[in-house]
Design a binder for this molecule. Structure first.
Ligand SMILES: Cc1cc2nc3c(=O)[nH]c(=O)nc-3n(C[C@H](O)[C@H](O)[C@H](O)COP(=O)(O)O)c2cc1C
Length: 222
């Protein structure tokens, strides 16, 4: 591990803000966007099930299609160097013993047979008893929680190398999913949209300093 100082990390957290408009003349290099995406790929998830997929929207025409259904995004769609859709797997993918879950356990995690059986049992028990994910909406929301971890990691890693970002939930889920099927060729039986995230370089510094509650309001030490 290289030594990055806590001071530098806090500087990056302060540098990161929800960037409203990017400098459209500045593009993120391939190397840097791949670095940002790599931090998404390496993110942790419950049971290691990685219930995510990311679509990097390079095509300007496709970006235009999103504008009418994403009130939080138009200026970012126009100016961001890179614009990413954060997709979350739906219940058919994440339900216990689905083909996808077994692919993760067998092919990706390469669990030996006895561990595979135990892990599959824990996963089923977790869904049915611990978290009671007994309908498709609950399963989707649980998977979506995992998908916000790569979102945070991407934004932080971007900030650490001086790249700005904006997370976006300002869109109509049903309307956007219609566009994802019709124009992006995404199977919405399998995937839903949790968030969008724009990356680029700020056009100007934020108008207001960062505001946050104090530590003593958010932390309880026992
Ligand atoms: C999940 C999520 C969704 C957000 N959606 C939007 C959005 O649609 N449009 C927008 O301009 N900002 C959006 N934001 C940015 C927040 O408003 C912003 O992070 C918050 O006010 C704190 O400000 P800061 O990020 O500049 O520190 C979103 C933030 C998060 C984490």
């Amino acid at each position: 591990m290289t030594n990055i100082s806590s001071n530098d990390i806090i500087k990056a957290f302060k540098f990161r803000h929800a960037c409203k408009e990017f400098d459209r003349s500045k593009k993120i290099s391939d190397k840097d966007i791949k670095f940002i995406l790599e931090t998404a790929r390496l993110s942790p998830s419950s049971f290691g099930c990685e219930p995510w997929h990311f679509v990097v929207v390079r095509d300007q025409e496709l970006r235009e299609k999103l504008k009418p259904v994403a009130w939080g995004a138009p200026l970012k769609l126009d100016t961001a160097s890179h614009f990413i859709l954060g997709l979350t797997m739906k219940a058919p993918m994440t339900k216990p013993s689905s083909d996808y879950v077994m692919h993760i356990f067998k092919d990706i995690k390469q669990l030996p047979p006895d561990a595979l059986e135990a892990y599959t049992g824990f996963y089923k028990n977790f869904h049915e008893d611990d978290f009671q994910l007994d309908d498709d909406k609950k399963k989707f929301d649980w998977a979506a929680k995992q998908c916000y971890i790569p979102l945070a990691n991407m934004m932080t890693s971007a900030a650490l190398i001086g790249i700005d970002s904006c997370p976006i939930e300002g869109f109509h889920q049903e309307k956007v999913e219609k566009i994802l099927t019709e124009d992006f060729g995404i199977d919405i039986e399998k995937y839903g949209l949790s968030y969008m995230v724009a990356f680029g370089y700020r056009k100007s510094d934020p108008a207001r300093p960062k505001t946050r509650r104090n530590m003593d309001e958010i932390i309880t030490w026992k």
